[in-house]
Design a protein around this ligand. Structure first.
Ligand SMILES: Cc1cc2nc3c(=O)[nH]c(=O)nc-3n(C[C@H](O)[C@H](O)[C@H](O)COP(=O)(O)OP(=O)(O)OC[C@H]3O[C@@H](n4cnc5c(N)ncnc54)[C@H](O)[C@@H]3O)c2cc1C
Ligand code: FES
Ligand code: FES
Length: 1390
């Protein structure tokens, strides 16, 4: 029912009512059943007497999902499509990764029909920010609607899986949907379209290369590398890559197997929706939720009346600004108005002087419209359009641009808006309206003067973007932590108009974003420079004026302040050069343009479709075709990942009476808990109970060392983010709402220690401290030519597994038994901790793990604590309880990689030989020990990387601080300590004047030698990897080319570096590497396999099935893996340290051999029989068809007293060469090329192993160059989601990426001569760090800047910019005294 039944023309009456009602009191909760109905504009006012019976009822929300009609009678405006799909429709293929529009895991396709144009529009969108109420009349396609294993797997799903584009599979449905949507619109997309379609999707496992490979198979341009092993390859280096003697392969998949893409097979747009759009007159819709009303008017007048009635009610279009505010900042609006169906707000109108775009136009539509106009109009008229398109290209991902509106971007007035500075600088006009009033406001007025603001009852109808004029130049700039899908640090819009045919400035506009709370204008600068000539004389003055303008506007200090200021003046400088160059085109004689060496500054880095090649050893010709070992077999769950059928913990159907847990975390870093007030929380509807430390029946504090690991804080908190209590409620929404209402009073405790430096000051460490000493260090220092000392800081890293920590605890109802479904790497720990917390024997607790959506070390002890909490809640409430951490909670609570400080003193000879090292390593362990001491130990044991250091002394300290407790992370201390090693290696190179690669070679292990803890190693394959990498990357040739490039370019520099790798494999002690397996053969011949390893993307189950297939000599298709469980394999060790395949493979092999031995007499009797014959016969002969397999573990040990031992079983070797290009003006960089050579023995599955190398490498790029965790001075994490914390996206992978597996290589210690490869590749990401360092060195050498210089990790754009010091950086730090001589030099080219 809606208002139209009231009268033919109800609006005037209602508007009057609105005015009356809006004068009376505050808004109240919505109508409840049984209450009198009320007039719609005042529908929230129960006090309103203008009761219009029936008018307040919610409309039915009609939309389609995967071809099925949905009629939702109680559509709640607060409900997002993601939770609706997952919880209401049980379509769990669409995943939750962040809830903030930043990761793309929740991507779906939305289709709408426009009756006027008779056009269907398909677009991708993030379901997590899409209110269901916005979907009226739309069709939603989820991954389930694209294809499935029951009917038909879609080519996108098939190719992603078969190209090995899924590892843990959690991001895969989102990837499928982005690619699928693109193909619906463009069945033969260009590579640019394809790469743009992936920009909004994050993957933490694969490193994107295989996903890109799958995408390429749909692109019209063909790709050569995957197809030709011996022909010319797209890297143009076939001679370097292929040694014709080697039997290698470059095919990881075969395109012959792929189904063709047939657009006629796709789900059609529902005809009923089409008819509904065509036949039903549009009418106002409104939807009531529990707390909120959504009103969707269809005419501008209605909208203006509504706005007059509810001036505070926001307009919602894409919900990408409003949604995050409501979700994460606690903002609440009882009424929202959705204007997207009003034609005036979606208008696209071409006029003689420009273009008018409706405020509700999506940014995608704006981009497409502008792009079309640019192609049709003369260049002179399109300068503003071009600048806008440039910003739109990298603004968010496609999912965001498809829904986010132009008006939303402008009106949110966010400082980070990339459009406002350009629109404001370009004199764009806002067409604004309120009831009875329309006006035009130049956007520049809003930001420049701030006095012409838009009133709350006014709305933005449309935006007029003028054509540019003759003599007018417009540019846009932005610098973000990541090139794509990342909010800017600083952006800018700049425009200059010259007096006719001169270079005299008639108008100048400069606007910046990112500097203050909203877009700002450099007003004084523009005023002062008007009337001046555009030449180098204004440059210095302009920069100083800009800095003064900014200081006046409030950017005097604060985070990144110097960088931001440097960017602003650097952007102006670039604008200055751009305009100079453009002036030259008008009159080359009058205007000289800019020198050649400055030209490259005008080119932006763009993302191109990466090219790649993977080379691995071919299997021996004598190997049976049925034997899968050594073949690039697809991930066992690949297809299920791609169809969304793979089940993760939160996909498990809800159990009857199930409760959800919402955690309440500490807001203080170190404090006494004075009181916990739960009274308000208990009033929230649906709240069942609140769980505190008092509810833990047995163990709340786990003592694995002297300090405990804590489930729930008792009496005091020791970090921000520690769990104090938890609310159990009937839904996740209620649990979270109630958790936010728990009030905790604290009394501050001293000291609050956050950093390593503070821990050192307070002598705050976890024991024991470790030391290794080898040779005679003091004596060696006495005999060296040179000594250098230094210090390096390495930031922490968030695991950012795509599936957040998840637990479902289900009490079985008898004998205190409980099932736990946990996303963990270690079910046995879950069992042990839960049993201890509940005070029951371990045999009552069954932990099940089918798969984990990424872990990287983060789902060990932390998962155990969360499982204990959930089990305690389930025990107390006698209900099933589910705990799914939000991304923000996960990042806040669970810790990550240890921040690290390495202090070193190195003694070396003039010829580059390093003779002595004295070092101290400090890691920030956080508030509880977890595995920090072991991480510190490993950092010591692996610190030598590939080098023989004859005299060495090194200490490692695990600092105890008040940060969330840090934990295991891929590489486990090695990525930090080895980075410090490579840093002093380059410092030695700087000092001796040798090249870094020379110093590396001089000091590399060369023959059978001993490590610093006296373990023997044979470095033959290290040298082979190094030499092969030098050769395959054509290192020396490219180094010369880099140097040549650098001579010719002043503002862009390239850098190249090659880094070796020795990664010791082992867990330090035997019992940690024991493993077991259980294999059943059923009478139909099928085999059920299980073992203690966890599938978290590394393909362990696939490899185990390969092992069983080889051993039992049956096809892989006969073997099934169901789940890892403590009921089938007890006491299994954690899946950590690259060891999963090694140890479980041995156990599986053992079990299979036992079975085969039992079957052998039967086979011998009937050698021509089939597998099924033998199994049948065995059963009839009462031969047991079930066997366990066991592996005792590797004989590893370390004596820390003596500082020697054999903690590792073997070594993995490798080398990587990377080349980068930096933009010295902004600090931005581009990864141009990486070549990796790895010795991983005989690969069991080259597709999986190469996937591990590439994925780890890209995670390493993240660690060393972009991922930055930030805490407030009070210890509060500021980077709590993908919008604040940037992991590598597809734009960050090298444009050319080659991985070669060293062949032939054997490893006698592991199964089938393979090597464990999960972690090693991460460190090779530092080749990018050192390539960046090389580029910076080139800048500094050219500018005569001081040597040596120190760099920390991550080497972000900010640090790169600061290291490329120039007059701009100088001017920023010392505005009064800086001279701009060098600027003039760059302009003049002298
Ligand atoms: C993951 C992510 C990445 C992003 N990256 C970028 C980026 O790189 N660069 C960038 O510039 N932005 C970025 N954004 C911000 C994004 O562009 C804006 O959120 C978006 O443009 C807002 O449009 P919307 O339709 O979603 O607004 P909504 O959230 O629907 O509304 C936002 C606000 O605008 C007001 N409003 C909307 N329309 C009107 C109107 N016609 N009249 C009056 N008021 C109105 C509403 O009242 C509301 O307060 C990003 C956002 C996300 C979530
Ligand atoms: S879950 Fe929607 S974008 Fe991350
Ligand atoms: S496969 Fe992409 S996140 Fe795991």
């Amino acid at each position: 029912m809606n208002l139209l039944w009231l009268s033919p023309s109800p609006l005037p009456l209602l508007a009057r009512n609105v005015r009356e009602c809006s004068r009376r009191g505050e808004l109240r909760p919505p109508a409840r059943p049984g209450r009198p109905r009320i007039c719609w504009p005042c529908c929230l006012r129960l006090s309103c007497t203008m009761s219009l019976r029936g008018a307040a009822a919610s409309d039915e929300l009609v939309f389609y999902v995967n071809g099925k009609k949905i009629v939702e009678k109680n559509a709640d405006p607060e409900r997002m499509l993601l939770s609706y799909l997952r919880k209401r429709l049980r379509l769990t293929g669409t995943k939750y990764g962040c809830g903030a529009g930043g990761c793309g895991s929740c991507t779906v396709m939305i289709s709408t029909y426009e009756p006027a144009l008779k056009k269907i529009r398909h677009y991708s969108a993030n379901a997590c920010l899409l209110p269901i109420c916005s979907l009226y009349g739309a069709a939603v396609t989820t991954v389930e609607g694209v294809g499935n294993t029951k009917t038909r797997v879609h080519p996108v799903q098939e190719r992603l899986a078969k190209c090995h584009g899924s590892q843990c599979g959690f991001c895969t449905p989102g990837m499928v949907m982005s690619i699928y949507t693109l193909l619906r619109n463009h069945p033969e997309p260009t590579s640019e379209q394809m790469i743009a379609a992936l920009a909004g999707n994050l993957c933490r496992c694969t490193g994107y290369r295989p996903i890109v490979d799958a995408c390429k198979t749909f692109c019209e341009e063909s790709v050569c590398c995957q197809k030709k092993a011996n022909g010319k390859c797209c890297l143009g280096q076939e001679d370097d890559l292929f040694d014709m003697e080697e039997k290698v392969s470059t095919r990881l998949f075969s395109t012959d197997e792929f189904q063709p893409l047939d657009p006629t097979q796709e789900l059609i747009f529902p005809p009923k929706l089409m008819r509904m759009a065509e036949n039903q007159p549009k009418r106002t819709l409104f939807f009531h939720g529990e707390r909120m009303v959504w009103i969707s008017p269809v005419s501008l007048d209605e909208l203006l009346d509504l706005k007059a009635a509810h001036p505070k009610a926001p307009l919602v279009v894409g919900n990408t600004s409003l949604g995050p505010e409501m979700k994460f900042r606690g903002v609440f609006h009882p009424v929202v108005i959705a204007p997207a169906r009003i034609p005036d707000l979606t208008v696209v109108k071409y006029t003689d002087d420009g273009l008018t775009l409706g405020a509700a136009c999506s940014l995608a539509l704006v981009k497409d419209t502008l792009t079309n106009v640019i192609s049709e109009l003369p260049e002179e008229k399109t300068k503003i359009f071009c600048a806008l398109v440039q910003q739109l290209r990298t603004l968010g991902g496609e999912q965001l641009r498809n829904v986010a509106s132009l008006g939303g971007n402008i009106m949110s007035r966010k400082s980070t808006s990339d459009l406002n500075p350009v629109l404001a600088a370009s004199n764009c006009m806002l067409n604004v309206a309120s009831r009875g009033r329309k006006r035009q406001i130049p956007l520049s007025d809003i930001f420049a003067d701030g006095d012409n603001t838009i009133a709350p009852e006014e709305i933005l109808v449309s935006v007029h973007i003028p054509h540019s004029r003759k003599g007018e130049y417009v540019s846009a700039f932005r610098q973000a932590p990541r090139r794509e899908n990342s909010l800017s640090i600083i952006n800018a819009g700049m425009r200059v108009l010259f007096e006719e045919d001169t270079d005299i400035i008639k108008e100048l506009s400069i606007f910046f974003g990112g500097a203050a709370s909203t877009t700002i204008c450099a007003k004084q600068t523009c005023r002062t420079l008007t009337g001046r000539h555009w030449n180098e004389e204004i440059l210095d003055e302009a920069c100083r004026l800009i800095l003064k303008d900014i200081a006046l506007l409030g950017l005097a200090s604060g985070e990144k302040a110097d960088y931001k200021k440097t960017l602003m003046v650097s952007f102006f400088y670039r604008f200055f050069l751009e305009v100079l160059q453009l002036l030259k085109t008008t009159d080359p004689c009058l205007y000289p343009g800019i020198p050649m060496e400055c030209m490259s500054v005008l080119q932006d880095f763009t993302t191109k479709m990466p090219q790649s090649i993977q080379i691995y050893q071919d299997i021996d010709a004598s190997q049976s075709p049925q034997d899968p070992i050594g073949r690039p077999i697809m991930h066992q769950s690949g297809i299920k990942h791609a169809t969304g059928e793979a089940v993760y913990v939160d996909d498990l159907p809800s159990v009857d009476g199930e409760l959800f847990l919402g955690v309440v975390t500490s807001s203080r870093a170190h404090a006494k808990i004075v009181s916990i007030d739960t009274s308000e929380a208990l009033k929230v509807p649906g709240v069942f109970d609140i769980i505190t430390a008092q509810d833990v029946p047995a163990t709340n504090e786990f003592y694995y060392s002297s300090d405990p690991e804590i489930v729930l804080a008792r009496n005091k908190v020791i970090c921000v983010g520690q769990i104090v209590c938890a609310v159990a409620a009937d839904s996740d929404v209620h649990a979270k709402q109630a958790a936010a209402k728990v009030k905790i009073k604290y009394e501050g405790l001293e000291p609050v220690i956050l950093t390593i430096e503070e821990a050192i000051k307070h002598n705050s460490f976890f024991e024991p401290k470790r030391k290794l000493e080898h040779g005679n260090v003091d004596q060696a220092f006495g005999a060296v030519d040179n000594i250098i000392e230094g210090e390096m800081h390495i930031g922490g890293q968030e695991h950012f597994y795509m599936e957040t920590q998840s637990v479902l605890a289900v009490p079985r109802g008898e004998d205190k038994e409980m099932d736990l479904y946990v996303s963990t790497q270690h079910p046995a720990t879950i069992q042990e901790m839960v049993a201890a917390s509940l005070g029951v024997p371990a045999n009552r607790i069954m932990c099940h793990v089918r798969r984990v959506g990424g872990a990287f070390g983060g789902k060990l002890l932390k998962a155990g604590l969360l499982a204990s909490l959930t089990a305690v809640a389930a025990n107390k409430t006698s209900r099933a309880v589910r705990l799914i951490l939000s991304r923000g909670e996960d990042m806040l609570i669970t810790g990550g990689r240890h921040p690290f400080i390495g202090k070193y003193k190195v003694g070396f000879m003039n010829d580059g030989r390093i003779r002595a090292l004295d070092a101290k390593y400090y890691i920030n362990g956080g508030c509880t020990p977890d595995e920090s001491v072991v991480v510190a130990e490993v950092s010591l044991l692996k610190m030598d990387n590939a080098y023989k250091i004859p005299n060495l002394r090194c200490w490692a300290y695990a600092c105890k601080t008040n940060l969330p407790s840090n934990t295991a992370f891929r590489g486990f201390g090695f990525p930090q300590s080895a980075l410090v090693t490579e840093t002093w290696i380059t410092a030695v190179a700087d000092k001796t004047g040798l090249s870094p690669e020379k110093v590396r070679e001089i000091n590399m292990y060369k023959e059978e030698e001993q490590t610093h803890f006296k373990q023997k190693l044979d470095p033959q394959n290290l040298i082979r990897c190094w030499n092969e990498c030098l050769e395959k990357s054509a290192y020396y040739r490219r180094k010369t080319a880099v140097s040549e490039f650098n001579k010719q370019n002043y503002w862009k520099k390239k850098g190249i570096a090659i880094v070796p790798l020795k990664f010791p494999f082992g867990l330090g002690t035997r019992h940690l590497s024991q493993a077991a397996a259980l294999v059943h053969i059923y009478t139909d011949g099928s085999v059920l396999l299980t073992h203690g390893g966890i599938e978290m993307g590394q393909g362990i189950h696939t490899k185990m099935i390969q092992v069983a297939s080889r051993e039992l000599k049956i096809p892989m298709s006969c073997i099934h893996f169901c789940e890892t469980s403590t009921t089938t394999v007890p006491n299994a060790c954690a899946s950590v340290g690259s060891a999963g395949t090694d140890v479980n493979g041995m156990a599986v092999k053992d079990a299979c051999q036992t079975l085969l031995k039992r079957l052998q007499p039967i086979i011998n009797k009937n050698p021509k029989g089939t597998w099924n014959d033998w199994i049948k016969e065995a059963f009839e002969q009462s031969v047991s068809l079930s066997a366990t397999g066991y592996f005792r573990g590797y004989n590893e040990s370390m004596d820390w007293e003596k500082g020697e031992g054999h903690p590792f079983t073997y070594f993995i070797y490798g080398a990587a060469c990377s080349e980068v290009e930096i933009d010295c003006l902004t600090g931005d960089h581009k990864n141009l090329r990486t070549d990796i050579v790895m010795d991983i023995g005989c690969s069991i599955n080259p597709a999986v192993d190469i996937g591990q190398i590439e994925g780890a490498f890209v995670q390493g790029i993240g660690l060393y160059t972009m991922e930055e965790l930030k805490y407030s001075p009070e210890g509060v994490l500021c980077t709590w989601g993908p919008n604040q914390y940037k992991i590598p996206a597809v734009c960050d992978i090298p444009e050319q990426f080659s991985v070669s597996l060293l062949s032939p290589s054997q490893n006698p210690h592991a199964i089938y001569a393979s090597k464990g490869i999960g972690e090693a590749g991460l460190f090779l990401g530092c080749s990018v760090f050192f390539a960046l360092r090389d580029a910076i060195t080139s800048v500094r050498n050219e500018r005569g800047l001081k040597k040596p210089f120190a760099l920390n990790s991550p080497l972000t754009a900010e640090q790169i910019r600061a290291s490329c010091a120039d007059d701009f950086t100088e001017m920023v730090t010392n505005i009064e005294s800086a001279s701009c001589a060098a600027l003039a030099m760059c302009v003049n080219g002298k």
